[in-house]
Design a protein around this ligand. Structure first.
Ligand SMILES: *[C@@H]1O[C@H](CO)[C@@H](O)[C@H](O)[C@H]1NC(C)=O
Ligand SMILES: *[C@@H]1O[C@H](CO)[C@@H](O)[C@H](O)[C@H]1NC(C)=O
Ligand SMILES: *[C@@H]1O[C@H](CO)[C@@H](O)[C@H](O)[C@H]1NC(C)=O
Ligand SMILES: *[C@@H]1O[C@H](CO)[C@@H](O)[C@H](O)[C@H]1NC(C)=O
Length: 401
């Protein structure tokens, strides 16, 4: 929107410049000339201000949309994580609890208000997992749940694409296909949210996971450099020249500090240097082209609205106890006994991802990258706050340790 405003402003500016160029100014008396000049510059000044005001007003309009909200009823500015790490960070379970209590909202936090499972019309869970959120660690658990709760885990869908968004036709194919899965299926896909009811289909139970936006980037960075990936590349593209040894040894810190395109996260970018996964919000915003510009305010607002209205649970593997508890209680048909099973098998699950390099990200590097992920963090915190609210609504006696 502001891009358009800027473009039309530039066009107007060009008109004014042209008017100056082609205007033959005769040579009247000095004073007349001065007055004329003064008038023109005044007009110009006013014109510029009006323009600025216009775009400011437009900006404000966007900000005042009802979609500007956090899970705790704060505005975006308050949840940007300035307090991260402090004792009472509101983006923790304890902080969320204290905030709700001190603002008198705690009584209104009930499962009734926070349970979207009730609105699903199909006995189907769609788990549209973003990349690099550790969702693969949930697969063994899902397999155990399958036996326990008589459900069916489906990992491969009908649409094979590396594109970040699905075409209308692909969305239809995928949602129709998913709707025909047998009752009690849980379908996992790296797919953006699809409006099933928009295609005349019954709403499934949507769930997903999120992860700290920078941690996702770090995971991705080292995954690309893992020996597993190297072996896969060798097999998939035999004969292709391999990346040099230094590339494999590079650290995330070096990559960011050197300003390498691989570690630059350019605001509003749509095209990327390499295929990457920096837009966590995209999975929730959907398949619209407007969802693509990186770290855009608009995409994040849409993504938050979708989570609020369309998702039963958006958890995070960083808080697996809480996530599993919320899944178990809000979607018992599929997730009953999840915590018990996870505890029983957590040893073997923990061993799965041992091969990853354990990176240390310098605080200044984290700070540099953080500045470009402002809106992505707002979205991530929104999801966490909502998860904590859902958990607190269950009112376990010992839900605060
Ligand atoms: C990916 O998207 C582009 C542009 O929308 C399209 O031309 C291309 O066919 C898509 N590829 C696949 C495999 O869907
Ligand atoms: C942050 O965004 C700015 C503006 O888009 C860009 O110039 C810069 O390279 C980015 N920095 C990083 C570390 O991503
Ligand atoms: C998760 O729950 C288990 C058992 O209830 C407990 O032993 C463990 O410490 C918890 N983990 C975290 C991170 O709270
Ligand atoms: C949420 O709704 C589902 C479906 O109606 C139900 O099975 C579940 O028990 C509810 N959970 C809570 C915590 O209200």
């Amino acid at each position: 929107m502001s891009l358009n405003a800027e473009r039309s402003y530039k066009m107007k500016l060009r008109d004014v410049e042209n008017a100056f160029k082609y205007r033959r100014i005769p040579y009247p008396k000095r004073s007349v000339e001065l007055i004329a000049l003064l008038a023109i510059s005044c007009t110009f000044f006013l014109f510029m201000h009006t323009n600025k005001l216009n775009s400011r007003l437009k900006e404000m309009e966007v900000k005042l949309q009802p979609s500007e909200f956090s899970a705790l009823g704060l505005t975006g500015n308050h949840i940007s994580g300035h307090d991260a790490g402090k004792h009472d960070d509101i983006n923790t379970l304890h902080g969320t609890y204290n905030y709700l209590k001190s603002t008198g909202q705690l009584g209104r936090v009930t499962p009734m208000n926070l349970n979207k499972t009730r609105f699903a019309g199909a006995d189907l869970v769609v788990f549209n997992r973003p990349t690099r959120v550790d969702s693969e660690q949930m697969v063994p658990l899902l397999r155990q749940l399958a036996a326990m709760n008589d459900i069916n885990v489906v990992l491969n869908g009908p649409v094979r694409t590396m594109n970040r968004t699905r075409t209308e036709k692909e969305q239809l194919t995928e949602s129709e296909w998913a709707s025909e899965l047998e009752g009690g299926s849980i379908y996992m896909a790296h797919s953006n949210w699809i409006d099933f009811s928009g295609f005349g289909l019954k709403k499934p139970i949507y769930i997903s996971l999120v992860k700290d936006p920078i941690d996702r980037m770090v995971t991705d960075f080292y995954k690309r450099r893992s020996w597993v990936k190297r072996a896969i590349n060798r097999r998939t593209y035999p004969g292709r020249r391999e990346k040099p040894e230094e590339w494999y040894r590079e650290s995330f810190n070096e990559c960011v500090r050197s300003g390498s395109p691989e570690c630059r996260f350019v605001q509003y970018s749509v095209a990327d240097y390499i295929q990457d996964f920096k837009r966590q919000s995209l999975y929730f915003c959907g398949n619209d082209a407007d969802c693509l510009p990186f770290n855009s305010h608009y995409a994040i607002q849409v993504a938050k609205q979708r989570v609020e209205k369309e998702y039963s649970v958006v958890g995070t593997w960083e808080e697996r106890n809480i996530t599993l508890t919320v899944l178990e209680k809000y979607i018992p048909r599929f997730f009953n006994h999840a915590r018990f099973l996870h505890k029983l098998h957590s040893k073997s699950i923990r061993n799965r991802n041992r091969n990853n390099r354990k990176p240390r990200i310098d605080p200044d590097v984290r700070a540099i990258v953080r500045r470009n992920f402002t809106n992505e963090y707002e979205f991530y915190y929104f999801c966490k706050q909502r998860l904590y609210k859902q958990y607190l609504a269950l009112q376990f006696e010992n839900n605060l340790h």
